[in-house]
Write a protein that binds this ligand. Structure first.
Ligand code: F0G
Length: 481
């Protein structure tokens, strides 16, 4: 048995070559820019990488969402997709694959993950209620809060130490959840969530043990349990790799065991669906399904296409057939491991363990001369762009901090991280080597990096549109008058 061989990558003997389990049939050239050009482009983008044109980026590690490469079989499915308005063959094909994967009775396609959130919460959540989760992703939180309810996070204590390689940092803190549930008035928690893997906490996985405990807790309180399962295959992979109970189990069986513990799931198919657009809302409850169907028709489309083209449904069905291939998930782990270990060897402080979808760098630890309110994560992200045309994303004070409206003082985030996302099946080991080389240069001159100040920000989600300016080089203390 080849699966789950422990330590296949990155033992004491070092990091091995990543063998991408595919060959390339269509290529998409990117433009090679010079550093001088990038200085100009970054200034024009007001030091906000979201404001760059993608054609000015060489290696785009901004997100793993909708940025993957489809297989030849998926492209073939695109050609044979059935574009009928009602009763499309491609829908029934997708429904069959999703039934097999999840076991849920009702399968609704939607255009992406947040549409599933909006529709599910729209049918269940009322103002004044509260929705618990291990950690809500931004859009999930926003969709709960938009309905006047509170999104409450229960991050596991082992996640607090970023560098500690504890295995299940994505877990939900069940002791805290149990105590909290005791205090909630009856009927005030309409739905309980669990996000697998936990994107807000470094892409860390949730253990089967934790899935079981969370499921039992929600059940005991009569609360419907939904998974935010955007990265379900990657979570199943970790359970298979790290939990002796599941080491010999085929991956579809591991995935099915996770889904079996919940009453339904929301899936952004732009991740483990291996497609560029699409999502799913799946559930068992017939009465809830009737409500969902009506809302879906109102805002997404007829239930057999849910805001997607027939070809999108067909490509998604094929993507779901491919994503639990152990060779593919092996390669995902190898790629993240390769990047993370190489950065670690340079002395770059990386969050451990590495996720599968991304490696996170602790910019606050790497650039101690830049205080959090001067945005060390953004400073590092900008420098990586200047050095290598690499686009990453700051997950720190720019994204989650704010300016206090009363005092005009900055409120900083818990951490200042830079996320290096790995789009699925897009970049090869050479591209990752380029990223490592850029880090080597930037790390070498890290003491000279300076922070940024925000010159313009929106009242919500400021990271996407803010305009920033680099701060002048600080004079050494002795030279100041
Ligand atoms: N849930 C999780 C855990 C996610 O990571 C995302 C998206 C969503 C829901 C929303 O799905 O984008 O299809 O509407 N995450 C992307 C990211 C955007 O970059 O991490 P969507």
């Amino acid at each position: 048995m080849r699966l789950g061989r422990p330590g296949r990558w990155g033992d004491a003997d070092g990091v091995k070559t990543v063998l991408e389990p595919f060959r390339i049939k269509a290529v998409e050239p990117f433009r090679i820019t010079t550093e001088a050009e990038r200085v100009h482009l970054l200034e024009a983008a007001h030091h906000n990488l979201f404001r760059l044109r993608a054609e000015d980026v060489m290696i785009d590690l901004l997100t793993d969402s909708g940025t993957g490469a489809m297989s030849a079989q998926q492209w073939a499915a695109i050609m044979t997709g059935d574009e009928s308005y009602a009763g499309s063959r491609s829908f029934y094909e997708l429904e069959h694959v999703v039934h097999e994967l999840t076991g849920y009775r009702h399968v609704f396609p939607v255009h992406q993950g947040r549409a599933a959130e909006r529709i599910l919460f729209g049918c269940m959540v009322m103002p004044g209620q509260a929705v618990p989760n291990n950690a809500h992703f931004d859009t999930t939180r926003a969709n709960v809060e938009y309905l006047g309810a509170a999104a409450v996070d229960f991050v596991a204590p082992q996640a607090a130490d970023l560098r500690q390689p504890a295995p299940w940092k994505g877990d939900l803190d069940t002791a805290k959840l149990a105590a909290w549930l005791q205090l909630q008035p009856k009927g005030s928690v309409p739905v309980g969530l669990l996000t697998i893997t936990n994107n807000r906490v470094g892409g860390q996985p949730v253990s089967m043990q934790n899935l079981r405990e969370v499921s039992a807790l929600y059940r005991r309180h009569g609360i419907p349990f939904f998974l935010d399962a955007a990265r379900f295959a990657e979570n199943a992979w970790w359970i298979h790799r790290l939990d002796p109970e599941w080491r010999e189990a085929p991956l579809p069986k591991v995935a099915r065991a996770m889904f079996d513990l919940a009453d339904g799931c929301m899936i952004s198919a732009k991740k483990d669906g291996l497609v560029n657009i699409g999502g799913l809302l799946c559930l068992n409850d017939d009465a809830l399904a009737a409500k969902v169907r009506n809302l879906l028709i109102l805002t997404e489309g007829f239930p057999t296409y849910g805001g997607l083209a027939g070809r999108d449904l067909a490509a998604l069905a094929q993507g779901l057939r491919e994503v639990l291939d152990p060779d593919y998930l092996h390669y995902r782990e190898a790629s993240a491991h390769y990047l993370g270990e190489h950065l670690d060897r340079l002395g770059v402080p990386v969050v451990r363990p590495f996720g599968l979808h991304a490696v996170y760098v602790d910019a606050r630890a790497m650039l101690p001369q830049i205080p959090p309110h001067e945005l060390p994560g953004q400073a590092l992200a900008c420098e990586l762009y200047l050095q290598g045309g690499i686009r990453t994303v700051e997950i720190g004070t720019l994204m989650f901090g704010r300016t206090d409206p009363a005092t005009r003082q900055p409120v900083v985030a818990d951490h200042d991280l830079v996320r290096l996302c790995l789009p699925r099946r897009v970049y090869t080991q050479s591209h990752i080597d380029w990223v490592v080389e850029a880090f080597r240069e930037v790390h070498g001159r890290r003491d000279a990096l300076r922070g940024l100040r925000i010159v313009e920000e929106a009242p919500f989600l400021r990271a996407f549109t803010a305009r920033l300016q680099p701060l002048p080089v600080r004079e050494p203390a002795g030279l100041r008058g």
